[in-house]
Design a protein around this ligand. Sequence first.
Ligand code: IPM
Ligand code: MG
Length: 370
Amino acid sequence: MVLNKKLLVLPGDGIGPEVMREAGRVVGWLGRRRGISFDISEDLVGGASIDAHGVPIRDEVVEAALASDAVLFGAVGGPQWDKVPFGNRPEVAILRLRQELGLFANLRPATVLDPLVDSSTLKPEVVRGLDIMIVRETVGGIYFGEPRGIETLPDGSRRGVNTEVYTTSEIERVARVAFELARRRGNAVCSVEKCNVMESGLLWRQVVTALHARDYPDVALTHMLADNCAMQLVRNPRQFDVIVTGNLFGDLLSDLASMLTGSLGMLPSATLGTLRPDGRRPALYEPIHGSAPDIAGLGQANPLAQILSLAMLLRYSFGLDEEARLVEQACVNVLGTGLRTADIMSPGKARVGTVVMGEAVLRELDKLVA
Ligand code: IPM
Ligand code: MG
């Protein structure tokens, strides 16, 4: 089965290229063992692109992303680029891709795989079986709201400004994604804002409530203030199924939720845009972990989040549910054999590096289809 689907691969900085190489092997395996091949191109983003081209992402790369069926992204950033001007920093690459591709719904799962239940800093009885999906809005809110900037006041002191803004349609489209997802999972959505202090949060609550009554009355809907949600995530995380929230709260809460699982190195994410008339939906897949400059180049990074991001890509962009399940199952099985990268190491397990972990995933894939 040749799909002729265009896949753009953007490894980025730090451990990005190392973990992407292992995801690339899984792509190779899909070609060899399942006859699935993609039309793949690769390019630089982030600090790597700054070094080579002077900008964190070139227009050609944005265009290639717009023309592709899916983007597989690694990670960007590192201390080498701390001094580049704010508007040209490595993170601009991902922000620009989100904006120009209209990637408004960021799906961030926090699941505790059984073999890793002891890696969490929380007690096993609190996190066992955890399966949360955070749907974070990613092209609006305070990340992009105007006015923004730093100005000098008449008295010579300075003032920094960012603005939290949400419109009805921005809230509705991301809430829809959350309700639709909930129907295929635990059928419960918790909508999160700070309507006690922010008008944008009050509007958020009103719009989600109205949309629910109109189109999704079968889904259980609750509302929670963002600070309480942070507390509840640590106190009793299994009360949640799908959480939907704005850009900044989603950034914070998804990092918090990911740590419940014991390792950022395990978690993938998908960011989806609007379905286009030609039937394509722009989509970008990336691990939740960053570029981890402290361990870059050491061959210690956990490649599983990047590989699981590829699994999400297979499922959401290409409808290859069976292959997605195979890849996910292979990752679980590898952990079942006791192999661990440093980030998820626990007593009695075998510590391995990036490449050995990647090879082990391929071995498990072979076994699954044998
Ligand atoms: C994330 C990251 C990004 C964000 C940065 C790199 C701009 O923290 O994807 O969560 O804040 O959205
Ligand atoms: Mg973040």
